[in-house]
Design a protein around this ligand. Structure first.
Ligand SMILES: O=C[C@H](O)[C@H](O)COP(=O)(O)O
Ligand SMILES: C=C(OP(=O)(O)O)C(=O)O
Ligand SMILES: [Mn+2]
Length: 454
């Protein structure tokens, strides 16, 4: 594995890495102090990378397999990570939830599951409004811990570039813990299976008994055959976040000494959000120039031509695994809008990995005033995604979820039936509602059932 990565300078940077600066970049903070921002960017540009290019390349291969139906992507984590929650317990709970889901999905898909966290960098948020008003006072909207603080005070809400550096350091610590958990035996298949058996003790989940029993029998069968379980004590685990704050992403971009190509070393996988995917915008331009696998969120207004043009910009060589389209149409739109997009992209010969994000098209405000989602809507969008791909003969390649490993009450429904009144019990997210640990496992069982018929 090569780990040599150089800081791009004017003499070795591939041409155009800074071209994005001449284009419109939406959803950027208004930093009050340009000199402070420059100083932070300079320091970050010589800091150690969080990931290395060869890992990103391996992920590209894995995502290419997912595009062919030979693997399935599970990408999950908070809407917005927070500095305060970047502790071992919270990180472990998230990793454990993803590992548990992955075992269930592996059984359903009968293929490897590519495990990826919205983790170690998911600190910047696009917002519908630049400001927030409470009791007649208007302040800048919270844009993620990388940009400003959540407390409703002028001090907290003023964007502070030193937060970019804090985000980098906390991401490095998070990545370190994730690597330790996933490489140090915590991910042992037998152990993850035991956790899933613990989940099944709750009678609320009797519906999944059959799948759970089948998984148990499969593991016993492997044992009987003398499978090398020691080889299953570690797993590959990839890091991802929305590439939103371009000063941060550019500062962490390095040149791969092997090839001279630029990699954004802030994460293995970066995606462009629904609000920043303009073809002539800064985000598309910047990510078109790094060699990581990249994604684009596609909402319900996406036309087939938009998708084809994005692919031409982001993956002109049509390299399998390089480009993932994360569709988030909403349960009510997915069956109308997705078929045309998938059909025309496929007919154009464009290779992409199709992933469903069943969260962002299904956000509602509950009667009690919480920003929430219904478990049933989330499930319905996933169902629609599978139906569309099945009807077209294309490949449903993965699942992108907002989830946490804790027992929060942010999403309505699930077998434990979180109600509107129940949301107040433990509503902790600072932006979008996440499936809790149980709801996440339940979703995995449901998706496994869909995959079995894939
Ligand atoms: O996570 C996605 C967006 O940042 C979020 O849904 C926008 O939320 P807002 O409409 O509350 O700004
Ligand atoms: C902002 C997000 O999504 P989208 O760009 O799809 O709205 C997100 O994933 O948190
Ligand atoms: Mn979100």
């Amino acid at each position: 594995m090569s780990t040599a990565v150089d800081t791009p300078t004017s003499s070795n940077a591939p041409e155009g890495l800074d071209h994005f600066r001449t284009l419109e970049a939406r959803q950027q903070p208004t930093w009050p102090d340009a000199d402070a921002l420059d100083a932070v960017a300079r320091r970050l540009s010589v800091a150690a990378p969080l990931v290395v290019p060869s890992e990103a390349d391996t992920l590209t291969e894995r995502l290419a397999a997912a595009a062919r139906g030979e693997a399935f992507l599970l990408q999950g984590g908070d809407c917005a990570e927070t500095f305060a929650d970047a502790n071992a317990t919270r990180i472990r709970n998230k990793v454990r939830t993803i590992l548990q889901m992955a075992v269930i999905l592996t059984h359903g898909a009968s293929t490897p599951v590519v495990k990826m966290g919205r983790l170690a960098g998911q600190y910047a948020k696009p917002r519908s409004s630049d400001t927030e008003t409470r009791d007649g006072v208007t302040l800048p909207a919270y844009r993620g811990d990388m940009v400003n603080g959540h407390a409703f005070t002028p001090e907290d809400r003023t964007p502070d570039p030193r937060r970019l550096e804090q985000a980098y350091r906390i991401s490095a610590a998070t990545a370190n813990v994730v690597r330790a958990f996933t490489q140090g035996g915590y991910a042992d298949l037998r152990r993850v299976h035991e956790w899933n058996q613990g989940f099944m003790q709750n009678p609320a989940y009797a519906r999944y008994e059959r799948t759970a029993t089948e998984i148990d029998r499969a593991i016993r069968f492997m044992e009987a055959c003398g499978a090398d379980f020691d080889a299953l004590r570690t797993v590959e685990f990839y890091l991802s976040h929305e590439a939103l704050i371009l000063d941060y992403e550019r500062a962490l971009t390095r040149i791969d000494a092997r090839t001279g190509a630029a990699y954004d070393t802030s994460a293995h996988f970066l995606w462009i959000g629904e609000r920043t995917r303009q073809l002539d915008g800064a985000h598309v331009d910047f990510l078109s120039r790094v060699a990581n696998p990249v994604g684009v969120k596609l909402g319900p207004t996406t036309t087939p031509d938009d998708a084809i043009a994005l692919a031409a910009r982001l993956n002109p060589e049509n390299r399998p695994g390089r480009l993932t389209f994360v569709t988030r149409m909403g349960a009510g739109r997915v069956r109308d809008v997705l078929p045309g997009v998938v059909e025309k992209v496929t007919a154009a010969g464009v290779v992409v990995t199709w992933v469903t994000d069943p969260m962002h098209g299904n956000t509602i405000t509950s009667a009690s005033g919480y920003k929430t989602r219904r478990f049933s809507d989330v499930l319905d969008e996933v169902t629609g995604f599978f139906e569309v791909h099945r009807a077209l003969g294309t490949v449903p390649g993965g699942l992108h979820m907002e989830l946490t490993g804790d027992d929060v009450t942010e999403v309505l429904g699930g077998s434990e039936e979180i109600s509107d009144e129940g949301l107040a019990l433990r509503y902790e997210t600072l932006v979008d509602p996440r499936l809790n640990h149980q709801q996440s496992l339940e979703m995995a069982f449901r998706v496994a059932e869909m995959l079995t018929g894939r």
